[in-house]
Design a protein around this ligand. Structure first.
Ligand code: ADP
Ligand code: MG
Length: 287
């Protein structure tokens, strides 16, 4: 039977907006020494804003945005939501046959033309040539191609969450020996965010399977007990693989919430350290 103290711990956590799916995760949480985190939606707000539109045909900026938005309507990604919101008055274009290509972007048909919308990796996958200097742009960039030809880009930006920096320092103070950030976003952005927040190591330009590979490597290192924190549908494999999977539950995807062991309902990364503290206090009562 489960000692009464665990119920106290689960109750205290739930009052703080942290749901433990079982008492065993409270116990495991006291042993976690490595926290691996997703960037977008976990450490950043996941609310992007369009900064700049640059279509090849300079007289057709609005049409360009409308075509991209028609495709993005089929995606739940925070990037897609920003572009759809930005283009909200344009209903002249409708996409069909839209396919989401994990970690890359989307492909679909708009008015009989094949449209690709996504990152540099997507363009490379479909052999689209474009001016490579756009890869030096600091913001997140969404590139589009129409009928196999580069058609332009849209830049978007996200902000770090208010408690992101405190979240990292609190974790270090709670005995976490390394915080690792894994992101599908560009490496330049990933590294900037990581160094400004005091994260120990960071890797960008990752596909969902690359994130899994990083966690598998960390798992082979002796004595590592790993918590993974993420919010997206692409994070589900990493959540399942880690010792403790922690999902951001407020804006997170159903798939992430389903496979997670712990759910942070308030979406605040500072609650990771809070849950470690509650778990440790609970153990002192139980033992
Ligand atoms: P992360 O949550 O770490 O950013 P994802 O795997 O969700 O990782 O996305 C990786 C990258 O794939 C994004 O940064 C973006 O460049 C591209 N991408 C994914 N979905 C879309 C989309 N709907 N529209 C445009 N780009 C996308
Ligand atoms: Mg994400």
């Amino acid at each position: 039977s489960i000692p009464l103290g665990y119920f106290g711990g689960i109750g205290a956590a739930s009052k703080a907006g942290i749901l433990f799916k079982g008492a065993n995760y409270l116990d495991l949480m006291t042993k976690v020494n490595t926290v691996v985190m997703d960037k977008t939606g976990t450490l950043t707000k996941g609310v992007f804003n369009v900064q700049k539109v640059a279509s090849v045909d300079e007289d057709k900026q609005e049409e360009f945005v409308a075509i991209v938005a028609a495709i993005e309507k089929f995606s739940n990604h925070p990037i897609a939501r920003a572009i759809v919101q930005f283009a909200k008055d344009s209903d002249n274009y409708t996409a069909t046959d839209v396919e989401e290509i994990s970690g890359h972007g989307l492909k679909g048909i708009v008015n009989g033309e094949e449209v690709l919308v996504g990152n540099a990796k997507l363009m490379q996958k479909f052999n689209i040539s474009y001016d490579r200097t756009i890869e030096f742009i600091v913001e997140t960039i969404v590139i589009a191609a129409i009928n196999g030809e580069y058609a332009g880009y849209i830049t978007i930006a996200d902000e770090v969450k208010d408690d992101a920096q405190a979240a990292i320092s609190d974790m270090h103070l709670s005995g976490i020996k390394q915080v690792v950030m894994l992101s599908g976003d560009k490496s330049s952005i990933t590294n900037n965010v990581a160094s400004s927040l005091g994260i120990d190591s960071a890797y960008g330009d990752l596909l969902p399977e690359d994130k899994v590979r990083h966690i598998e490597e960390l798992k082979t290192e002796k004595n590592n007990v790993i918590a993974f924190v993420g919010d997206g549908i692409n994070d589900a494999p990493s959540l399942a693989l880690s010792d403790v999977g922690i999902a951001m539950g407020g804006m997170g995807s159903d798939a992430a919430i389903e496979v997670a062991d712990v759910i942070i309902q308030t979406d605040q990364p500072s609650k990771i350290a809070t849950s470690i503290k509650i778990a440790k206090a609970t153990r002192q009562v139980v033992i």
